[in-house]
Ligand binder design. Sequence first.
Ligand SMILES: *[C@@H]1O[C@H](CO)[C@@H](O)[C@H](O)[C@H]1NC(C)=O
Ligand SMILES: *[C@@H]1O[C@H](CO)[C@@H](O)[C@H](O)[C@H]1NC(C)=O
Ligand SMILES: *[C@@H]1O[C@H](CO)[C@@H](O)[C@H](O)[C@H]1NC(C)=O
Ligand SMILES: *[C@@H]1O[C@H](CO)[C@@H](O)[C@H](O)[C@H]1NC(C)=O
Ligand SMILES: *[C@@H]1O[C@H](CO)[C@@H](O)[C@H](O)[C@H]1NC(C)=O
Ligand SMILES: *[C@@H]1O[C@H](CO)[C@@H](O)[C@H](O)[C@H]1NC(C)=O
Ligand SMILES: *[C@@H]1O[C@H](CO)[C@@H](O)[C@H](O)[C@H]1NC(C)=O
Ligand SMILES: *[C@@H]1O[C@H](CO)[C@@H](O)[C@H](O)[C@H]1NC(C)=O
Ligand SMILES: *[C@@H]1O[C@H](CO)[C@@H](O)[C@H](O)[C@H]1NC(C)=O
Ligand SMILES: *[C@@H]1O[C@H](CO)[C@@H](O)[C@H](O)[C@H]1NC(C)=O
Ligand SMILES: *[C@@H]1O[C@H](CO)[C@@H](O)[C@H](O)[C@H]1NC(C)=O
Ligand SMILES: *[C@@H]1O[C@H](CO)[C@@H](O)[C@H](O)[C@H]1NC(C)=O
Length: 717
Amino acid sequence: MVKPCLPVFSISSFLCCVFLSSFFVNTLVSLSLPRPDQIEILLAFKNEFPFPKCNFSRWAYSNPRTNSWTNKDVNSFDGVVFDNETGVVTKLELYGACLSGTLNANSSLFRLHHLRFLDLSYNHFDSSSFLTELGRLSNLEFLYLSDMGLDGEIPSSISNLSRLTGLRLSDNELSGSFSPLYNLTKLSSLIVSKNHFSGNIPCSLLTMPNLSFIDLSQNHLSDSLETMNCSSSSKLERLFLGYNLFSGPILEPISKLSNLKSLDLSFQNTTYPINFVSLAFKSLENLVLSGNSISRLNTRWSGSPNLRSLYLDNCNITEFPTFIKDLHKLEFLNISDNRLKGEVPEWLWNLPSLSSLLLSHNSLDSFEGSLEVLLNSSLSAIDLSWNAFRGSLPIISPGLGFMLASNNNFSGDIPLALCNQSYLRVLDLSRNNFSGSVPPCLSKSVEALNLRYNDLMGRLPDIFNKNGSLRLLDVGYNQITGKLPRSLANCTSLEILNIESNGITDTFPFWLKDLPNLKIIVLGSNRFHGPIYSPQHPLSFPQLRIIDISDNKFSGSLPPNYFANWSKPMIKMPEDNKGLKMELEKILTSYTAIDFSGNRLQGEIPESIGLLKSLFSFNLSNNDFTGHIPSSLAKLTRLESLDLSRNQLSGNIPQELATLSFLEFIDMSHNKLTGRIPQSTQFAGQPKSSFEGNIDLCGLPLQETCFKGNGAPTSQI
Ligand SMILES: *[C@@H]1O[C@H](CO)[C@@H](O)[C@H](O)[C@H]1NC(C)=O
Ligand SMILES: *[C@@H]1O[C@H](CO)[C@@H](O)[C@H](O)[C@H]1NC(C)=O
Ligand SMILES: *[C@@H]1O[C@H](CO)[C@@H](O)[C@H](O)[C@H]1NC(C)=O
Ligand SMILES: *[C@@H]1O[C@H](CO)[C@@H](O)[C@H](O)[C@H]1NC(C)=O
Ligand SMILES: *[C@@H]1O[C@H](CO)[C@@H](O)[C@H](O)[C@H]1NC(C)=O
Ligand SMILES: *[C@@H]1O[C@H](CO)[C@@H](O)[C@H](O)[C@H]1NC(C)=O
Ligand SMILES: *[C@@H]1O[C@H](CO)[C@@H](O)[C@H](O)[C@H]1NC(C)=O
Ligand SMILES: *[C@@H]1O[C@H](CO)[C@@H](O)[C@H](O)[C@H]1NC(C)=O
Ligand SMILES: *[C@@H]1O[C@H](CO)[C@@H](O)[C@H](O)[C@H]1NC(C)=O
Ligand SMILES: *[C@@H]1O[C@H](CO)[C@@H](O)[C@H](O)[C@H]1NC(C)=O
Ligand SMILES: *[C@@H]1O[C@H](CO)[C@@H](O)[C@H](O)[C@H]1NC(C)=O
Ligand SMILES: *[C@@H]1O[C@H](CO)[C@@H](O)[C@H](O)[C@H]1NC(C)=O
């Protein structure tokens, strides 16, 4: 067997040796494992949940892991770790494993006595009664039971788990007492956020012998912390109490926990003035006080000299807190969303360690000192957006990477100094009053440049070179004229190009079609003209999701196969990604749209539109399209919005469109359509105006029935 691997120096024999030796090692290792009785227990557990049901809308990344468990292949037990010496199951990682139904007291799970790690998070069992059985797994060191719909109290059986060091019970409906935890002398990390615990936080919890991290945020804890008198021997380093209902003084009592490094007390229900003077903290590095009304601020800070990050956002603060001057190690300050007005004090820029400063959503209007005050600061990120700053943009420090200054009244030219910012990655100057032209330079490091809604004029400079990092360029809503710079084709990283509402006069940029990452292109409301079809340059746009060329002067007709080689994201039906909860996430990963409205396009609507199966929105309104509405539109099963209004379309509306069950918006008004409107709730639910201005349409939502006086249908179906 080893023979072919004798030292013959060729690549194939080398590979062969590697293959055989790794095979050999694997075989050796698995000799002693896993123990047959453990396999039997696992298979019995699997059989208790024979039909895993994944709820992707709740847990996007669910995976019916137990399906891989078969006695044919002991290496296939996904989520299971066997001890490599004894062959027993020591780790069971079944988060989001699509288990539902009842976990019985007699479940095989509780026979896995050697388990040291158990994660059942993101599964939903009918009842929480199984919790009492967990005490039998007395070797557990880690127990994770988040987001499982658990209710009632923390079961006393947990106190049997004397080896537990990590416990996660977040996102359930637990309430009552924490006392079952007090015996867990090894517990070091406890996460019980997003539950229904109320009352106070007992010192017995905060001073558990080895506890260094507690997350109790998003509960209903409300008692005053004033009564708390915990011994300072607590090992607690990180305490998260955000989004509870504590009243009275919140900071002083907790400062007695002298080993704390991170404290989150955001969004409580206290009106009591926060006192920064007599604090006992020795080691505090991160303090989050967001969302508490801090009306009076001390001028001095006492306590830990090591504070590195401070969140004072949303605190109803009216004056810059001068105690910040004492914080020589401060790296991060968020004081957004307050009522600061007037000048930004000059001393801020002299803080030796400050690297991120967030000042947005205040009413600040100017900078104390000269325009060069920022020059020597150690900042790498600054957010000035949503204030009332006016005048010129200050000159920024050379190391700045992020500069957000949108929604102010900055005016004058965009400073040319920005060209030399070799670390600048994000520059957002949108919604200001900048005038002049777009600077004729762009640092290679810039990834996002947003100049939307200013008064910029002149041409876009032809400055884009090949090794740039640009991913987003938005110059929409200015008065830019001239042509699109051809060097944009060098921007292989570009994902979003938006030049809408300017005065750009050019033909369709066929030359952008190969940009490998371009997802969104918006050319709307400019003076583009000429055809959008070229036999020499068939469009590919490999990653395109959204194209908006509306309100220009594009003309000409489109061949039937126009959409044939369009971008994959439009053609390919996305895989079952129903789990995408967030709207933004949905837009970035799956929203697709074509808007050709308000041009002079003519001829027939290309039949090949039916290939763009994942299209959400299709708008051809206000053009000169003629001929029939293609029945291939019925293949766009995800279509939510279809606007064909104000064209010259004739004939019947294809009855197949009645099957488009996601259509929310339909407009076919002002064409030359005849016959029966397809009968479906989507069509019938539209306003009448969506079908008005045609020759002879009938059926809902129009009042005209499709049967005239003599009982004969006005047109065939
Ligand atoms: C799936 O999760 C959603 C959101 O939590 C819930 O509304 C729905 O009832 C769940 N579906 C099933 C079948 O459990
Ligand atoms: C078993 O695994 C541990 C680490 O998990 C390792 O240190 C040990 O050498 C392994 N024993 C054998 C026999 O492979
Ligand atoms: C386990 O308990 C359930 C309900 O208590 C019962 O229906 C089932 O037969 C029991 N299974 C075994 C194997 O004892
Ligand atoms: C606690 O653990 C022991 C083994 O350490 C076990 O015998 C006993 O049944 C467990 N008690 C509970 C309530 O689960
Ligand atoms: C927990 O501690 C209390 C008092 O220290 C003791 O009476 C009780 O027996 C302990 N419980 C367990 C399960 O160890
Ligand atoms: C305390 O917890 C730490 C982890 O935070 C762990 O390394 C240590 O072994 C624990 N000590 C005891 C006595 O359990
Ligand atoms: C807090 O406890 C200490 C001793 O642990 C005691 O001296 C002090 O009086 C207590 N304070 C309050 C307000 O109960
Ligand atoms: C918040 O505090 C006020 C008094 O300051 C109290 O009236 C109110 O009930 C508290 N809200 C909650 C939800 O506890
Ligand atoms: C903010 O502070 C002002 C006084 O400066 C006070 O009148 C107002 O009630 C505070 N607002 C909130 C939400 O606490
Ligand atoms: C700063 O605070 C604002 C307002 O609460 C918040 O929206 C923003 O996410 C915070 N930024 C950071 C980086 O923490
Ligand atoms: C920046 O620092 C240099 C050298 O430390 C100093 O000469 C200069 O005056 C400083 N500039 C500003 C605007 O503070
Ligand atoms: C960028 O594009 C322009 C025009 O297409 C071209 O002439 C130039 O060589 C390109 N520059 C680099 C650095 O790739």
